[in-house]
Design a protein around this ligand. Structure first.
Ligand SMILES: CC1=[NH+][C@H]2[C@@H](O1)O[C@H](CO)[C@@H](O)[C@@H]2O
Length: 494
């Protein structure tokens, strides 16, 4: 007996009222109507429903308030839903989604997907009935930034794998995708003015495999695909540390004028751009300019972590030069939190990755007015092992079973960082040990559901015993989608 859909939603909505005795059933006659500006959302929904139901599900402009079919409207939403929320109204003969933006309709569509039987996610025709329980849901996010990061530098992952991960993120209302494009072991994107970065710097990876890189067309393909899922891509070029691949590619980027060998191990903290060479800043400018030009989103991540081979004075000097370059090309700076000690620019956003519940650098920045993205490594790092027998992943920040990933509050986690200073939450996935898409899925699921709920749902709904049931009810959906998830013993799978 499939679980009650209204008890299966992840992230849990702000308010869910059941319409007892009311069921909406999709049929071959069902039509999808959309506000003209939301036609893409209607087409996305049809793309999910058509293969599994076998129904035509034509998409056309909504005229007035349709009394039948599925309507995605940009009018009449309650003010409380803001620009990312929605109201979903399921009656016997109509389903009406209302939002103020197409992003809001898109998040509502993810909830509607989860109210349908799990087999709706199948790519081949399944038998019905395609029922949706009668309900009125009013929903909107606690945090406006709900992110996931994928490290494609330690192990390169092709566009197809990245697109599949983006699809999975969309189902859980994630709206930012942070791509870690460069590190010691690999440079993963073409920069025309520095061609060896990709061709040589991208020629290997952890373990010595063939590596790889995205052409500009492929990076743009990822950006556009994410945008079609209402997800904004944030590129990261990690500087001044984590730069061995770049420095192996160009001897002139090294203080001693010698290119180090490419690295295929997983050490950190040994590389640093040469802070007192002018060519370093030409490199930074060229790289930021070319990647920013391919990135419609407002953010550029400059990394800044673990610059142990850069003196504090040099780190300050570097950031004094690099941060203005990012702004020059129209982007707001994100960085791993240590960078924020170098700037008084309160628009710069530190991404907290520490394991402590207090951090003076972040606290001081918040006191100046900066906002923070929360990614505590002992809670949100999806590359941490679940337990000591997990075959993949690392454990330096601790073991993270599903309950650990869930049992923290981004709004109070860091002392001196109140909820009002939290821009949002992000789940990083580093790939030192992750070679395939199935490896990515094993570490991301089920914990991504926990982070997605922390980022979206009201703290008042936070309850592990209830969450774990809803999370378990996502299992059949993941099985249908072929997601290689870890069957945590903490979760009651169907
Ligand atoms: C911000 C940050 N810097 C380090 C740290 O996180 O741990 C990751 C592995 O968990 C590692 O890949 C990364 O280079």
């Amino acid at each position: 007996q499939a679980a009650e859909p209204l008890q299966s939603l992840v992230p849990v909505p702000v308010s869910v009222q059941a319409r007892s005795g009311v069921t909406h059933t999709l049929t071959a006659a069902t039509k999808i109507y959309t506000a003209p500006a939301a036609r893409d959302v209607g087409t996305f929904l049809a793309g999910v429903l058509r293969p599994s139901t076998g129904y035509a599900l034509p998409v056309s402009d909504a005229t007035g308030t349709p009394a039948d079919g599925i309507s995605l409207l940009l009018s009449g939403a309650p003010g409380t839903v803001g620009d990312q929320g929605y109201q979903l109204d399921v009656a016997a003969n109509s389903i009406v989604l209302r939002a103020n933006t197409s992003e809001g309709l898109f998040t509502g569509v993810q909830t509607l997907r989860q109210l349908l039987p799990a087999k709706v996610e199948s790519t081949t025709a399944q038998t019905g009935p395609w029922t949706v329980p009668g309900t009125v849901i009013v929903d909107y996010p606690r945090f406006s930034y709900r992110g996931a990061m994928l490290d494609v530098a330690r192990h390169f992952h092709p566009v197809s794998t990245v697109k599949r991960y983006i699809d999975q993120l969309a189902l859980y209302k994630i709206n930012y995708f942070h791509l870690h494009l460069s590190d010691d072991q690999g440079w993963r994107i073409v920069v025309d003015s520095w061609p060896r970065l990709a061709t040589y710097g991208g020629s290997t990876q952890v373990g010595g495999g063939p590596g790889g890189y995205y052409t500009k067309a492929q990076y743009s393909e990822i950006v556009q695909y994410a945008a079609s899922r209402k997800i904004t891509v944030i590129p990261e070029i990690d500087m001044p540390g984590h730069t061995n691949a770049a420095q192996a590619s160009y001897a002139e980027l090294n203080c001693n004028g010698q290119a180090p060998p490419l690295r295929t191990d997983i050490e950190v903290g040994y590389s640093s751009l040469c802070v007192n060479k002018e060519i370093t800043y030409q490199f930074v400018e060229d790289v930021v300019r070319e990647i920013a030009a391919l990135t419609p989103g407002p953010y550029f991540h400059i990394g800044g972590d673990e610059a142990h081979a850069t003196s504090d004075a040099d780190y300050q000097t570097f950031m004094n030069r690099a941060l203005p370059i990012v702004k020059k090309y129209g982007k707001t700076v994100l960085g791993w939190h240590e960078f924020v000690k170098t700037t008084t620019d309160t628009t710069a956003i530190p991404q907290y990755w520490g394991t402590s519940t207090s951090n003076a650098t972040v606290q001081a920045a918040v006191a100046r007015g900066n906002k923070v993205i929360m990614s505590p490594a002992n809670k949100a790092y999806l590359d941490m092992k679940y337990n000591s027998s997990t075959p993949l992943g690392l454990s330096w920040a601790g073991l993270i079973e599903v309950q650990t990933a869930y049992e923290w509050n981004p709004g109070t986690h860091l002392s001196g960082v109140p909820e009002s200073a939290v821009r949002g939450v992000e789940a990083p996935l580093w790939t030192e040990t992750l070679v395939t898409g199935r490896d990515i899925e094993f570490m991301a699921f089920p914990r991504l559901g926990a982070i997605a709920e922390l980022a979206w749902s009201p703290w008042s709904t936070h309850n592990w015993d209830q969450f774990k049931v809803r999370l378990g009810n996502q299992g059949p959906r993941w099985t249908t989608m072929g997601i290689n998830f870890y069957r945590s013993t903490q979760v009651p799978w169907d």
